[in-house]
Design a protein around this ligand. Structure first.
Ligand code: HEM
Ligand SMILES: *[C@@H]1O[C@H](CO)[C@@H](O)[C@H](O)[C@H]1NC(C)=O
Length: 326
């Protein structure tokens, strides 16, 4: 009796230590910084809000950083490392170069956090929270961000080149790409709803507007004015033609009328080899943004759980762009 109570107490004490301080925990927790840096979340939110106020697109850019971090060897901020003499980082990958943005906003958050709680809040967690707060800032949904990720000491250009899906993929390719990361087709469709905000370059949608047959003609013609068949590679167009600064379900409504900007976007509606179930899901999200929001939030939590470094793995970078010296 007495010894079983003793063991229970020990167990409970150890559990709380692990739970609250994350010493050996492999699990992320929303309260990870509640004693070590209680203002962390409000600081990130206020930097997101002022960055989005200054430029609405920044909300989209910050959301995309989380995706491109997590899909390449997990959510470990490997994406943020600048090139060094020893390696070329992930920023130089095909999908990232001349495309990703928002690094300075992450730097601002990091430097404010280093001032109030030095060495505590990881860059990987900053990206995850910034993504959530960006979606909120643009009028979208919310979810509870689990925290306690640590930062990598390496990056992989080759992994970045092979783990970010291409806009040339067909539906089968998109499904298998996301399935390799543990996502269902349904979750892939929900996550693609991120394209309800933000912009894309002519170079990535040119094949769609000149070659695809499943595109609305007037839509294609208007895009050709901004995206000639040669030249103008970096000219921008909204991914959601109706409301690219509002996180809503218009992305799906556009797909139903053949107005997806990327080849991969349009594949979600009547795409090659598409089952009726994907079309039905697009119709349902288009008609009911609450169901899109709910599925999106759950899928974002799942994405944020991709192979985090926890416990004593990795480090808490002082500067998100470089590993700590010494
Ligand atoms: C389904 C497969 C996906 C493909 C093929 C894809 C591809 C692309 C491409 C080609 C761009 C334009 C890049 C440029 O022109 O520079 C883009 C932009 C964007 N993507 Fe995706 N993406 C996918 C999924 C996602 C996911 C899962 C998220 C987030 C969870 C996301 C968030 C974004 C955002 C927010 C933008 C706009 C960024 C900005 O304006 O700065 N995408 N994506
Ligand atoms: C999808 O793309 C793959 C690879 O490019 C190709 O082998 C396959 O036939 C395509 N599937 C359909 C249904 O078009």
């Amino acid at each position: 009796m007495a010894s079983s109570t003793y063991f229970k107490l020990c167990f409970i004490t150890i559990f709380f230590l692990i739970h609250n301080y994350g010493w050996v925990s492999a699990q992320l927790s929303p309260k990870f910084y509640s004693t070590s840096c209680p203002r962390a979340l409000s600081i990130i939110k206020s930097v997101v809000n002022s960055a989005v106020l200054k430029e609405l697109r920044m909300g989209a850019s910050l959301l995309r950083l989380h995706f491109h971090d997590c899909f390449v060897n997990g959510c470990d901020a490997s994406l943020l490392l600048d090139n060094t003499a020893n390696f070329i980082g992930e920023k130089s990958a095909g999908a990232n170069i001349n495309s990703l943005r928002g690094f300075e906003v992450i730097d601002t958050m990091k430097s404010q956090l280093e001032t109030i709680c030095p060495g505590v809040v990881s860059c990987a967690d900053i990206i995850a929270v910034a993504a959530r707060d960006s979606v909120i800032a643009l009028g979208g949904t919310t979810w509870k961000v689990r925290l306690g990720r640590r930062d990598s000491t390496t990056a992989s250009l080759s992994a970045a080149n092979s783990n970010i899906p291409s806009p040339a993929l067909n539906l089968t390719g998109l499904i298998s790409f996301f399935s390799n990361k543990g996502f269902t087709a349904k979750e892939m469709v929900a996550l693609s709803g991120s394209h309800t905000i933000g912009l894309a370059r002519c170079t990535v949608f040119r094949p769609r507007i000149y070659k695809d047959t499943d595109i609305n003609t007037a839509f294609a013609n208007s895009l050709k004015l901004k995206c000639p068949s040669t030249g103008g590679d970096s000219n921008l167009s909204p991914l959601d033609t109706t409301s690219s600064t509002v996180f809503d379900s218009a992305y799906y409504t556009n797909l139903i009328s053949g107005k997806g900007l990327l080849h991969s976007d349009q594949q979600l509606f009547s795409g090659s080899g598409g089952g009726g179930s994907i079309d039905a899901q697009v119709r349902s999200y288009s008609a009911n943004s609450a169901s899109f929001f709910k599925d999106f939030g759950n899928a974002m939590v799942k994405m944020g759980n991709l192979s985090p470094l926890t416990g004593t793995n990795g480090q808490i970078r002082t500067n998100c762009r470089k590993i700590n010296s010494g």
